[in-house]
Design a protein around this ligand. Structure first.
Ligand code: UDP
Ligand code: MG
Length: 327
């Protein structure tokens, strides 16, 4: 079989109810793109018969359908990574298994990629989720835009397309807790977004309860920036400044109104306390700065990614990474 042009990667966790329709609609969407494609279904430790359905489907639809079975549940993004590692297409599209992202949008994503973008994101029109989910999602999207500087509107939607070098770049990142759309954008030069439809979840249940959602938000926040650590120093400096200001204010009032006003020095204790509390925060923030550095180095992300070398001795265009920390 010729190497596929397009890989469709889908993480699947206990989605037996959606699976038959998903497979049929994805295969149809793949064929509609009129190029060699592979559909990679990653079973993330399901316990409801999904595993069997996926392996059977792989036998039935070989070589278009590839089953990747993980030995236990590792979470959505880890499962997508497992699929990315197996993918061979020059364009990789990811989506959810619950049919909230209509597979029929895949040809539109591919057509947009053909214009030369590194990453094509999507914006869910008329999003079919709870008010709480939509609110927290818009808050997080704002934060991500601030921190990454990439103006995308909907980081939560997994229906996205990535070019091969971006996928390879992500696979070289060894960190564990990560959020794929943000990681991809940190390597992309040109990105765009298209509007896609969004359907309510018709079968099965959302795999994210409030605890899992919170943990995902923390992953997201800590994976993209060490700013929260710096915030400690900033808050500490503010508290210390308030303490000093308060001290000066007390001194003036003491001079003007006498010792009785200052309740025999009780308030000055507060001023001193504020300064010390502030100093402690600043100390924590400084420790945080070092931890942030350790965090960045331990992650060992590639420092840069060479797209092409021309001239000199180099006749090919190697896609190489220079790991962080080596020279
Ligand atoms: N998923 C997964 N492993 C998990 C949780 C979810 O592979 O531990 C998959 C799930 O099967 C679905 C996608 O991730 O394909 C998104 O999950 P879900 O639709 O439950 O999330 P929501 O739409 O509620 O954010
Ligand atoms: Mg869903």
């Amino acid at each position: 079989m010729i190497a596929p042009n397009l890989s469709i990667v889908i993480p699947v966790f206990n989605e037996a109810a959606c699976l038959p329709e998903l497979i049929q609609r994805c295969l149809a969407a793949g064929r509609a793109t009129k190029r060699a494609f592979e559909l990679i279904l990653v079973d993330d430790g399901s316990s409801d018969g999904t595993t069997r359905m996926i392996t059977d489907a792989a036998d039935q639809h070989a070589p278009e359908l590839v089953a990747v079975i993980l030995n236990r549940n590792y979470g959505q993004h880890a499962a997508v990574f497992a699929g990315l590692a197996q993918s061979r297409g020059s364009i990789v599209v990811t989506l959810d298994a619950d049919l909230q992202n209509p597979p029929e949008e895949i040809p539109a994503l591919v057509a947009e990629m053909d214009k030369g973008f590194d990453v094509v994101g999507t914006v869910r029109g008329n999003r079919q989720d709870s008010l709480f989910r939509r609110f927290s999602s818009s808050l997080i999207n704002k934060m991500v835009r601030q921190s990454t500087g990439v103006m995308m509107h909907d980081y939560g939607c997994m229906l996205r397309a990535y070019r091969r070098p971006i996928v390879d770049a992500m696979l070289l990142c060894r960190e564990n807790s990560t959020f794929i759309p943000i990681l991809a954008n940190s390597f992309a030069r040109t990105t765009t977004e298209i509007a896609v439809a969004h359907a309510p979840r018709l079968k099965g249940e959302s795999k994210y309860d409030i605890i899992k959602l919170l943990s995902l938000q923390f992953d997201l926040l800590t994976s993209m920036s060490t700013f929260p650590l710096r915030l400690l120093s900033i808050v500490g400096s503010l508290i210390a400044c308030c303490g000093m200001g308060f001290g000066v204010f007390l001194l003036i009032m003491r001079l003007v109104y006498g010792a009785a006003w200052a309740a025999e020095g009780v308030f000055s204790l507060f001023a001193v306390l504020f300064v010390f509390v502030g100093a402690q925060f600043i100390g924590l923030g400084l420790l945080g700065e070092y931890i942030g550095r350790i965090f960045r180095d331990v992650r060992g992300r590639p420092r840069y990614f060479i797209q092409e070398i021309r001239g000199g001795q180099a006749t090919t265009a190697p896609a190489t990474f220079k790991p962080e920390g080596t020279s």
